[in-house]
Write a protein that binds this ligand. Structure first.
Ligand code: FAD
Length: 400
């Protein structure tokens, strides 16, 4: 079996792994990325809303708040320099009921604390200036939000890595790793990689990869499907840009929103339904290993106890188009079930703790010669340049 030697081996060719590889390669480290799929960016990075988030939602001082603000600025600059299609179009967060006004005010406060400028509180009569087809009691206009295709961004990161003599290898899965004199020996399906440091950016499989490296991840990755409907071309004009509901702060989901994408299509979604597979996107995809991995984890039952009602209504939305579209109709009442067709879905990797709480912030854990990214949910794609730099710093420190 062929052996490669390098400074840092990165498991996972999603946007976080590639941003990390890019930052390391720029600072002169010899990097190898191993990606299990035939193409990079095929999982979360290739199945998301394509929104450059502003940093509105996140608790002040959290890694998400800082990462999103700095990452979004860096990403806009990068897209401009690299000629990647993007748009800073702004978005509307819409309160549709008076009982959401306090939460809308709290969002505005968070936005200001997180350094957003130009966020505008809108009264009911001002909403139509921004989005003519919405109705609500108030709204927030957030000018920093934008659109991009994160797959294009990931490919640009990969080409930066290759330009600096790094390797991005596809169709090569991590199998296991052990510490040896002078580094970590990683066995993959294509051979061995001997590296000073291993960085795990395995997304939906990050907990299993950590375990295989001898590290207790202290979380279980639970996959949640996020399903979308696409507006038929003749109904795309129902939104100009992006319309979001006021989210439930207890959940790491933003609620069904209506999103224009950089290619001109418009979608409604995503919902959030427990998935029975970490790697397959079919509606009834089922993996015994993944399913039993979820239901044998005590944290899952604790989560379910707290959120079974939310879970049941998300499941209803998944099964019944009318119920899904009802969520979008709260934002844009003219939208009818006949205006949309089913589109794709994404699988979110959410890190669940034994006590039943979901990890909200990014989580990066270090061990000797290893760095494990155990939670990189939204807005990690937006924040990728920032997170990649942070992970690269940790890896370089381990290397030194
Ligand atoms: C429905 C949905 C909507 C979202 N919307 C947004 C949004 O609008 N804006 C935003 O900023 N973020 C959004 N996100 C979040 C964002 O997509 C993710 O935070 C980000 O893509 C995570 O990147 P990643 O590299 O960690 O994971 P991934 O892209 O999942 O990459 C992990 C990679 O590791 C590989 N891998 C796994 N196991 C192995 C192994 N054993 N060997 C080798 N390789 C392996 C996988 O094949 C995969 O390519 C959304 C996510 C979802 C699911």
């Amino acid at each position: 079996m062929p052996t490669t030697r390098c400074d840092v081996v990165i498991v996972g060719g999603g946007i976080v792994g590639l941003a990390t590889a890019r930052a390391l390669a720029e600072s002169g480290e010899k990097v190898v990325v191993v990606e299990a799929e035939q193409r990079i960016a095929t999982h979360q990075t290739g199945h998301n809303s394509g929104v450059i988030h502003s940093g509105l939602y996140y608790a002040a001082g959290s890694a998400k708040a800082k990462g999103c603000r700095e990452g979004a600025d860096a990403l806009y600059k990068y897209c401009e320099e690299r000629g990647i299609r993007h748009e800073r179009c702004g978005k509307l967060v819409l309160a549709t009921e008076p009982n959401q006004l306090a939460a809308l005010d709290e969002l505005e406060r968070r936005g200001v604390t997180n350094g957003l400028e130009g966020v505008k509180h809108l009264g009911a009569d001002e909403l139509s200036e921004y989005e003519p087809h919405v109705t609500g009691v108030a709204g927030l206009w957030v000018p920093q939000t934008g659109l991009v295709d994160f797959v294009e961004v990931a490919h640009a990161y990969a080409s930066d890595v290759r330009e600096k003599d790094g390797q991005v290898r596809t169709n090569e899965s991590f199998v296991d790793a052990e510490r040896a004199d002078g580094g970590t020996v990683v066995t993959t399906t294509a051979g061995e990689v001997v590296a000073d440091v291993l960085v795990n950016c395995g997304g939906l499989h990050a907990d299993r990869i950590a375990t295989r490296c001898g590290v207790d991840p202290l979380v279980r990755i639970v996959p949640f499907r996020g399903e979308y409907y696409e507006l038929l071309p003749q109904h795309r004009g129902l939104v100009r840009n992006l319309v979001y509901p006021v989210p439930d702060p207890a959940l790491p989901f933003l609620g069904v929103h209506i999103t224009r994408h950089i290619d001109g299509t418009v979608s409604a979604g995503p919902n959030a339904v427990l998935a029975l597979s970490r790697g397959h996107y079919g509606r009834f995809a089922f993996s015994p290993r993944d399913f039993f991995g979820t239901i044998t984890y005590p944290g899952f039952w604790r989560l379910l106890r707290g959120y079974w009602r939310t879970g049941a209504s998300e499941w209803m939305r998944s099964m019944m188009k009318r119920s899904f579209i009802a969520a979008a109709q709260r934002l844009v009442p003219e939208l009818e079930p006949s205006h949309v067709q089913r589109a794709g879905c994404g699988l979110r990797a959410l890190a669940l703790q034994r006590d039943g709480t979901l990890v909200h912030d990014f989580r990066i854990v270090e061990a000797e010669g290893q760095v494990h990214v155990l939670n990189a949910p939204s807005p990690a794609a937006t924040a990728s340049l920032h997170i990649g730099t942070q992970i690269a710093r940790i890896a370089t420190r381990q290397h030194a």
